[in-house]
Design a binder for this molecule. Structure first.
Ligand code: ADP
Length: 167
């Protein structure tokens, strides 16, 4: 039987427990989940694509059915290479919906045989976004309960480095 594979694309700058929750739930439906870090040089990121991939691998080590990759071009091309038919995305609030609806429709117009599956965020995670996590840490706050341990460590290191660089 053909393997059921989902590709979970995103910036993951950095991965949070909100993302981890979606991945764990998807593993109950799919044989394999490919977490695909999008690198877009027009979009400013705190971590390099390589750092983001490494952080996800570390956070999810032990999950043998999770594969971590990255892509810089069209997601639909990456889907073909990965031989996957389902794009997985998480929905936090209605504010996510409009953008996601447009992306899913555009992707379907590019590849008719690929579908986007949305999972609604877990109740403990709806307020977590990579952006607010970065903001809180840059202001000296703690995010230990919101991101994997290796990620909170890396965030602290990054902001210490940045502060040193600014001096
Ligand atoms: P992008 O820049 O592509 O939106 P993100 O890393 O911000 O990448 O998010 C990747 C996916 O994970 C998106 O579908 C986003 O809506 C979803 N997501 C982000 N944070 C959460 C969360 N706390 N709970 C559930 N889904 C989330």
């Amino acid at each position: 039987m053909e393997e059921k594979i989902a590709v979970y694309p995103g910036s993951f700058d950095p991965i949070t427990y909100g993302h981890v929750d979606i991945i764990k739930r998807a593993l109950k439906i799919f044989d394999k989940v490919i977490v695909a870090v999008a690198y877009n040089y027009n979009k400013k990121s705190l971590f390099t694509p390589q750092e983001r991939v490494e952080m996800i691998k570390e956070a999810l080590k032990g999950y043998t059915n999770v594969i971590v990759g990255s892509f810089g071009g069209l997601l639909m091309e990456y889907m073909k290479e990965a031989n996957a038919k389902v794009v997985l995305r998480g929905l936090r609030a209605t504010s996510d919906f409009e953008y996601e609806y447009h992306m899913a429709s555009m992707n379907r117009s590019l590849s008719k045989d690929i579908d986007t599956l949305f999972m609604v965020t877990g109740k403990d995670y709806f307020f977590i976004s990579s952006r607010t996590i970065k903001e809180v840490v840059s202001l000296g706050g703690s995010v230990e309960e919101l991101v994997p341990e290796n990620v909170s460590r890396k965030l602290r290191e990054k902001f210490v480095q940045q502060k040193r660089g600014a001096k």
